[in-house]
Ligand binder design. Sequence first.
Ligand code: ATP
Length: 269
Amino acid sequence: MSAAAPSQGSNSAPARGSAAPKPEARGNHTSASATPLLDIARLNAGYGEMQVLRDINLEIRPAEIVAMVGGNGAGKTTLLRAISRLIPSRGDITFDGRPLPATADDVFAAGLVQVPEGRQLFDRMSVEENLRMGAYRRRDGSAIAGDLEHMYAIFPRLADRRRQLAGSMSGGEQQMCAMARALMAKPRLMMVDEMSLGLAPVIVDLLLDTMTRIRAEGVTVLLVEQDVHAALSVADRGYVLETGEIVGKGTARELEADPEVQRAYLGEL
Ligand code: ATP
């Protein structure tokens, strides 16, 4: 990762809907020909007897931002848990051309890292201690100090608060800390669950802009969101999940223009 100058450290990002940058301006791109980094086929998962996910097929190519959108209880978090091997599942998952490891620890070590819903920070630890926890599996200890500084360049607000207890920060700052902690693991694929939940639009915009920077540095992103407008504004492609099944997919622009998506999620028809 390079230590580029910070660019999103203030509250100056425009509010969504009015002066927000056009979706294209966030750098959406597709790489249709690339071999998938994550390839999921016929995934079924649930809790005990209760099946939640049915025959999920999904692929994410290197350096894509892919949105998984859907309403309350659609199964989005369950999908992330299944990919992270936190719950049992049936089906085939390939990561970087190999079968995905069977345990959560090995999945993490392979470079597939989740930013969980609700952040789940170590509240009574400082920001910097949280970030160091993200790097606990790394063997390149000498590179960690430089990567910490890089996180503070990406998230300048965290630099100001590096000694502050994570639990005492605002929701937006905690989300930044959770994302930075995940990035400290040097993930190939970062899966972010409900990043926007409870945050002001100006903060969501700032985080979405950060997402495009993270992708530009080579990290592939799966963004799981109830805020469909936010997710599609930054994604290259997306999938729509309803009651455990994929009911739509396409480029972000195709989904935004889809009357069903507009009716169900964008409040436009
Ligand atoms: P939300 O954003 O509201 O969390 P979601 O799309 O992430 O929605 P999930 O959390 O994956 O949805 O939930 C899908 C279904 O699985 C729901 O019916 C939910 O009640 C159920 N569920 C989720 N977690 C558990 C659990 N630990 N045990 C049993 N059922 C669960």
